[in-house]
Structure formats: C-alpha cells, structure tokens
Unconditional design. Structure first.
Length: 388
C-alpha cells in the first residue's frame, strides 16, 4: 500500500482562510503545519483591521500544528524580520517531508524554509497572488527584476490562483511547468449555509425592501479606496441616489473620514463596524451587490469569493486581482476602470434588486470552482506530478 504524502506547511500565523483548507488536506495526506506566531488579537489591529479581536472560528481544528521558536525581537507580523525561526533547517532535516507548502516570500521565515529546502532537495510549493498591477516605484521594479529572474525559476513551484499571478511569474522567467493553477479558496458551504435571516438583517440596518444595498467589506484603508463608492453615488441625480444605501463592514484608518461623509446626508451610509466570520454570511446575503474599488495592492480580493458564495454579485475595479478570473460581465458582476468614478456611477445607475438577484445561477456555477475540495484536488495533483 502506498504511503500518504508527507506534507509540511509553514505559515506566519493561523489564518482564517487557510485553516479550513489544512483540515481538508489532512484528510488526504499526512500534513503538519508549523507557525512562527500565535494568533494574537493585537496582531489583527496592527495588520490594518483597526481593532483587536480574536476570530470566532477554531483555526487549529482538524489538522496537526506546532508553534516554532520565533527569535525575532519582538516577534510580530509587521515587517520582514518579525518572523525569524533558525530551527527550520534542523526541523526539515529531521522530519524529511516529501513536499513543503509556504505562503509567499515576504517574511524572513519563508526564506529560511526556501533555503533549507533547496539544500535538502525537498520540493517547495509557494502560494502566490502577486500581480504586476500592484503599485511599485520604478526603482523598486528595476531592483527586483534581475534577482527575481535568477532565483524564482529555480527555487520553487508556484500555486497561482489565476491569470494575473501567472503573468507576474512569467515576467520573472518562471517556466509554465513550475506554475500550477490552484484557486483561492473559501469555506463555500459555511458561507452558503450561513446566509440566513436576510429580511431581518436588512431591517436591522435600515434597508428598505426596494432599496439596493451596496456592500463594502474590508479594512478601511487607502489601498481599498472605500470612498470611491460614495463619490460615484454623488454623480447620480438625487432621485436615483435615494434607491441605494451603502453598508461599510470593517474598520481602519479611514473610519472617521467615512463617518464624516455619512453625516452630510446626501448619500445614505451605514457603518456596521468590524464583523467576525460567523456574522459575515448573513450580511453578504442581505446585501445586493459587493463593491471592491481597490488599487493594484488588492492582489486578489477574497471578499469577492465570499460574496459570490452567498449569492451576491460583485463590482470590482480593473486593478483587483480577482477580476479576470471571477467576474463575468453581466453574469457574476462587472469591472470598472480603477478610479473612474463616472464609470462606476453609470454601472450603479442601472442596478435593481431584481436584476442582481437574477444572477444567482451563474454565481452558483462560479462558486463551485473555489471550494476547499476543488482546490485540494488541484494542489495534490500538482504535488504528485512533481514528486513523480
């Protein structure tokens, strides 16, 4: 009988999107996940959420996990050196897994894994969602180009969620044989099954039966450009504008500015504050359309996946990484040119609750492609191919 694949995953800290995937993988392979940090409430605030909190789902359930000795001073999520685990080489030498999974190269911890695995000849799979559209200075682009072209094609295999990431990797010389399409995943069943009490949620937050609820979910920070939605509604005549209400779910540095905008009264705005994982499905389902106006720093936008799983279409800017893969114009949502307030206003003008709800069948078909089960099949197929 063939032995199950022995897979080691290394992640800075427990993440709400990855823990359910680890549980799914653990049902197919011998998986152990190693963390450099615990899931501290203070780290969530420092990461841009604006408030300290603990996730209300168990991020360590269903798989084996170990917290490593992080010698950084201080250990933290911020910065390159906040995760520093010198014991990685000895650990990998002793455990000798068949393959390794890591999540980027923006931490010293990940480079410690990459270098150790390279010398121990253990294949590494890196989850990447970087895109060339992300804002970078010309100097930074130039400084990265040659080192990345020298290192990226040889040091790992890459798990790409879609078109933009593959273009990014190709730019740095990574051959197609090292790029494996694995979708960005969410717990589809949890979001779909949790989207109940729609009428109650709408009433609780002051949405009229015929009003179109435009939803923003995320950190209220500059790269997400949350005020773009307010500006777009102000482009519409008052009689049209009154058909809409904006729900902002999240907190962050721009919270006070949006509160000030809401006081003007010309655009109807509700600030729902930070909402934990168990609360989100019913909010997505009660809304009529998600709006994500972010710049290229939004390398994917998993809120789009979440909204679609709850039957809610999305309008995203042209720089949001998920756009080319998740948005089918007029079927699962729309894409508008980044920063083009007039174009967004034109899209909004024609929306009705009836037209948006009619997109449910197309959203269901798209949602089926990014479940943890689908993603695990794709990932493990890539691992087996490389091990052969």
């Amino acid at each position: 009988m063939n032995q199950p694949i022995r897979l080691a995953a290394f992640l800075s800290h427990p993440v709400q999107y990855y823990s359910p995937w680890f549980a799914e993988l653990a049902s197919h392979v011998d998986l152990k996940v190693y963390y450099a940090l615990g899931n501290r409430s203070v780290d969530q605030a420092e990461a841009g959420f604006g408030v300290e909190f603990d996730w209300d789902i168990d991020l360590l359930a269903g798989y084996k996990a170990e917290f490593l000795n992080n010698v950084a001073n201080p250990p933290q999520l911020a910065g390159f050196s906040g995760c520093d685990v010198p014991e990685v080489r000895a650990l990998l030498s002793a455990e000798s897994p068949d393959a390794i999974l890591i999540f980027g190269w923006h931490k010293k911890f990940y480079w410690q894994v990459l270098v150790a695995a390279f010398f121990l000849r253990i294949p590494v799979f890196v989850r990447v969602d970087s895109q060339l559209e992300s804002p970078r200075s010309t100097l930074k682009r130039f400084a990265k180009y040659l080192p990345y072209r020298m290192v990226l094609p040889i040091i790992a295999h890459y798990l790409s969620p879609g078109e933009r990431a593959e273009k990014y990797l190709g730019h740095y010389g990574v051959p197609p044989s090292r790029i494996h399409r694995v979708p960005h995943m969410i717990d589809v069943s949890r979001f779909a099954e949790g989207s109940l009490n729609v009428d109650q949620v709408r009433a609780e937050h002051g949405a009229l039966d015929d009003q179109v609820v435009l939803l923003f979910v995320g950190k209220l920070i500059e790269k997400k450009h949350p005020k773009t939605l307010i500006k777009a509604l102000r482009e519409l005549p008052p009689s049209v504008r009154s058909r809409f209400v904006i729900w902002y779910v999240g907190s962050g540095a721009l919270n006070n500015g949006i509160e000030n905008e809401s006081e003007s009264g010309d655009v109807e705005i509700r600030l729902l504050g930070f909402r934990n994982q168990s609360e989100l499905p019913s909010i997505y389902a009660a809304a009529d359309c998600l709006i994500l106006p972010s710049d290229g720093g939004e390398t994917w936008g998993l809120v789009v996946n979440e909204a679609m799983a709850c039957g809610t279409p999305a309008i995203v800017s042209s720089e949001v990484g998920a756009g080319p893969d998740l948005i089918e114009s007029g079927k699962t949502g729309w894409v508008f040119p980044f920063g083009d307030v007039a174009s967004l206003a034109e899209l909004l003008k024609g929306l009705t609750r009836e037209s948006l709800s009619s997109m449910a069948p197309a959203l269901k078909r798209k949602t089926d492609t990014f479940s943890y089960q689908t993603g695990s099949v794709a990932f493990l197929g890539a691992v087996r191919e490389v091990l052969r």
